[in-house]
Design a protein around this ligand. Sequence first.
Ligand code: ACO
Length: 407
Amino acid sequence: MNVRTAIQFRELPESDIERALALAYLAFHESPEDDQRRRHRDLLRQCLRIGAYDGDEVVGLAAGIPFRLSVPGAELPGPGVSFVCVAPTHRRRGVLSGMIGELFRRCADAGWPVASLWASEDAIYGRYGFGPAAYGATVEIDSREALRLRIAPDERPLRLLATDEVPKLLGAYYDATRRTRAGRPFRTEEWWREEWLVDKDEDDDDLSPPRVVALGDPVAGYAVYRTKRADDGPGLVRVDELEADTPAAAAALWTYLCAIDLTRKVQAWNRPLDDPLLLFAADRDQVRVTAEFPALRLRLTDAAEALRQREWAAPADLVLDVTDAHIPANAGRHRLTAAPGGATYEPTDAAPDLALDVRDLAACYLGGTRARSLVQAGLVTEHTPGAADALDDAFRTALLPHTGEDF
Ligand SMILES: CC(=O)SCCNC(=O)CCNC(=O)[C@H](O)C(C)(C)COP(=O)(O)OP(=O)(O)OC[C@H]1O[C@@H](n2cnc3c(N)ncnc32)[C@H](O)[C@@H]1OP(=O)(O)O
């Protein structure tokens, strides 16, 4: 029997959320506490929900959180894909592929030019045209001694914020960071409360509730962190987010985090690769990058619209020959004529300057991956010498894309 005809892919009604969540917990090997289940339920209610049904049985779920993602010079609507799971009894029979096909149809109907996700396993999503568009780095600081810096920290006072005042006090500040860092979804007050400020960390029961420290008034920087006691090893400060207006403000926040009593290590699990800390730290044996990982995967569900909407750092006039195995409208030769202020992207018969798959175009789109590197890796074909550099110059952003949202 062909599973693609036996399985139905359709909107999962609210009445099936409980069953879909049970499937998700089974697939992700989780048994969350009541409060976490309540948050998952509430979130799923607001999502696009694609269900895979074998008769009446829910055998697959893919949810789309309604995001507005920052891209250079703009923000684009599109689903933040999450809760993707397939029943263990129905693996490797095309259920995920069917749900992704349905997701792309929904994106086309709704006019969403991008979709994004974090992958549980690297190998899953490239085949569907998702490319790694923003990376993260895990940074560990040996804080047994004071943090050694090459710059002077900002001396304005620091204050701890009560969690219930955080969305009001930091919402606009975070939002402003989205103009310089592509790849960041808009955060509602509810998202702050339910994703960032919940008492219990989803992955580690031993961590304290979140603490939020802000520098200056008006705020010139902040950090969200949790701590862990020293019973089973060095006391830990886990940094979930740190944003600052200036290097000196960042230096003040890192200095504070490294000086918290009864802790000996600061671990910032997801920093931008161009975090200034890595340059202004005086001792890179004290401040080490322990991991680098693809974070946000991006899908250009409507490449033309996504390219027209973003801002450009330099003019480019290039014919791109794009392959896209899943969204035919994206495929084929297109002339990209871009300049600061706008771009056109139209089908053409002209000879291509660059040939690339849509996943590689997505990887470059936020400015976080260079087309030149993909040429060197044999993934992009450069028909016209210098075309990759021209695309890179046009895509370039002052700061690398980065997102703190792991959804
Ligand atoms: C954004 C997120 O939510 S990420 C979370 C993803 N979910 C999980 O990790 C939960 C546990 N895993 C699962 O529920 C399932 O195994 C899924 C969702 C990963 C895959 O679902 P399936 O229905 O088995 O995938 P499907 O049969 O459609 O596979 C399509 C293709 O992807 C490949 N594939 C699927 N999963 C994987 C994987 N984990 N690693 C490598 N390849 C994979 C299949 O081999 C197949 O390849 P082919 O087209 O060359 O034959």
